[in-house]
Design a protein around this ligand. Sequence first.
Ligand code: SAM
Length: 253
Amino acid sequence: MSRRVSLGQHFLVDPHVVDEILEIARPLPGERFVEIGPGRGAMTGPLLDAGAIVDAVEIDSALAGWLRGRWPDERMTVHVADALEFDYASVAAADLRLIGNLPYYLSTPLLFRLLEFAGIFRDITVMLQREVAERLCAPPGSRRYGRLTVMASSRCRPEWCLAVGREAFRPQPKVESAVVRLVPDSGLRVEAPEVFERLVRQAFSQRRKTIANALRAMASKEEIRAAGIDPSQRPEQIAAAEFASLAEQLAPT
Ligand code: SAM
């Protein structure tokens, strides 16, 4: 079976890393997992061995056919689909979990897509290129803090789990990897989600400017101050809760 590097097909071949990911996810018999990009089943096999039910979303129909032949198990369904367009809500299950060693060429848009569905998942455990994992977990004020950090932390609690070297994959990717677990969390109530999303997008499209300048077309300095934000701060210094409070101020009543 040929590999398609254009589809991010870097397969996990280090059994210790597989064990560590399984240790993070701790699948139990009967639990239902959506797995994005099962590839040659490095994680699918152990999930099935643990007694889990797996809905695998794989874009490569040749790999999908191979997976069906390798695990002709009634607990395994392979959806030949683009994970960016897949309707995750169609996998109806209480306590649904998601796992995946994501195709790195697509990981950022895929994370934004998964965040739209965050409410249906109990948790999301993903392997990503290390730089994207750092963006997910970055504290305010740090270099990696940005739109992805704010959108993720408005819906989930991201937990840094594991750094993974390039040698764990065949073929080796050009970059280092890391595993992050996102636990959907309703701790932050975003009352005006559409305004929030527009504000965050606008703020980080001009991250070198002060927040007042970056949001000039959307909010006055007074409105920014009223949300408890110092208008001279830069976007990367502003927490998700502060963006949410500004969005609420600006939302039409
Ligand atoms: N899970 C396997 C492993 O750990 O060895 C494979 C991981 S590999 C990094 C990414 C997988 O995602 C490949 O199997 C690739 O074919 C699949 N893939 C790439 N783009 C996809 C997409 N848009 N939707 C679904 N799967 C995709």
